[in-house]
Design a protein around this ligand. Structure first.
Ligand code: GDP
Length: 195
């Protein structure tokens, strides 16, 4: 994918703020700190477009990035941040669920999990949601540079089992640090958007 333009469009807190038109949207889901901002920056060859923030609670909105004027990345609020009050967590899930179940422009969900750890309860719940809504998905094992390549399969098997992944779902080891997985992920993404 040649990135001709990439710009931040809006932090949406309600559906009225989602962009008009019918350009395809690719959503990113994952717990806070899993590496969503870093993946966006790496995929778009931008150092700082999606802020990699040390304050995970900051991302409570749907952040839209417009790419090549043709499609969007939508960064969903990171889940599982312990210090967030229950009421706010409930509000986030409502917003995410509404988006996932109703948004017609949504073509593919990238579900990010840290390659080093077994998926959390929230990761499993997210995967089940995506199944429930019949949404096409890719699972991305982030921070692959943090373990040796020889360990990848073992860790990915643990994730695959915990999520009860269908073997047909693409599963990509990714590193924002080295660019590992970038090309494979673009291949999957472009197969879901006809640009
Ligand atoms: P987000 O909260 O999901 O947007 O996560 P960030 O992208 O802000 O990343 C959280 C932390 O993990 C930051 O300190 C990043 O530098 C680090 N990180 C993210 N992706 C990678 C990766 O692929 N490799 C390494 N080594 N660190 C990463």
């Amino acid at each position: 994918m040649k990135i001709k333009s990439a710009e931040f469009t809006i932090s949406a807190v309600k559906p009225e703020q989602y962009p008009e038109g019918n350009q395809p949207e690719i959503a990113l889901a994952g717990r806070s700190n899993v590496g969503k901002s870093s993946l966006i920056n790496r995929m778009l060859n931008r150092r700082n477009l999606a802020r990699t923030s040390s304050k995970p609670g900051k991302t409570q909105t749907l952040n839209y990035y417009h790419i090549n004027q043709q499609f969007y990345f939508v960064d969903l609020p990171g889940y599982g941040f312990a210090r967030v009050p229950q009421a706010i967590k409930a509000q986030w899930s409502k917003m995410i669920e509404h988006y996932l179940s109703k948004r017609e422009n949504l073509k593919l969900v990238l579900q990010l999990v840290d390659i080093r750890h077994a998926p959390s309860k929230e990761d499993v719940a997210m995967y089940e949601w995506l199944n429930h809504y019949g949404l096409p998905k890719v699972v991305i094992a982030t921070k692959a540079d943090k373990i040796s390549r020889g360990q990848w399969q073992k860790h990915m098997k643990i994730i695959r089992n915990a999520l009860q992944m269908d073997p047909s779902v693409p599963f990509i080891p990714f590193s924002a640090e080295t660019g590992q997985g970038k090309e494979e992920l673009w291949n999957v993404i472009t197969s879901f958007i006809d640009t």
